[in-house]
Design a protein around this ligand. Sequence first.
Ligand code: DGL
Length: 278
Amino acid sequence: MHQPIGVFDSGYGGLTILREIVRKLPEYDYMYLGDNARTPYGTRSFETVYQYTLECVRHLFARGCRLVVLACNTASAKALRNIQQLDLPLMTEMGPDGPDRRVLGVIRPTTEVIGNYSQSGHVGILATRGTVTSESYVVEIEKFFPGLNVFQEACPMWVPLVENGEFASPGADYFVKQHINRLIDKSPIIDTLLLACTHYPLLIDKIRQAAPVGVTIVSQGEIIADSLTDYLQRHPILEEQCSKHGQRTFLTTDSTVDFDRQAAIFYGESIRSVQLTL
Ligand code: DGL
């Protein structure tokens, strides 16, 4: 039976997470869904992000996934809790084991470890406006690292730069510097910058150049891959249900030609996607 692990993102960004998950756990089947037709999510309302994310999660479940990772910070911030608490318990249309399906996000695993990177106790979060205004990082970090000083900066231009293939262009320098400077102005002793948006690893060279020397830049891919490994070990019944043929399926709600071209950059190897209509 084909019961892949679902990986969802508003667009291409989640491929930076999937790449690390596959590196760590290559034996599983994966089904990636990029909602490219409706990206970006970062500027949309809570209700819209929740509805879009729920629709995509339902689609992945209908295609056999028992476990879906929301590899999108904005969806994790705005939709995860509602889906876990309100929707999963009622998913009986998927059969009697519908409510046993699971959805995980990327914020909690990141906040469990982020404080370990900092010596100064001042951490900067770079994210979409939606993630920043949700305050999810601030609230979750306080649970695991009480007293850690968290400074946030919304970078609304960064996702469009990456989505439009401008992440290496000289024009991107201006917007990267602008937001790094604003964040460092909030606290000059920030020594750790978290890329709390799955698109931002594509800008990492420019972020490194713009950040003060010695600042640690943290991407989420490896953190999420480690956390998923741990989760599967702690949930042997669910782990058993995940099929293991090393198959990867890529779904997009928009053009497959565009997806395949861009996805190769985010994922690190060429892929062939399938278009789906929700
Ligand atoms: N991938 C999303 C995230 O990690 C951001 C992209 C978007 O705005 O849709 O927050």
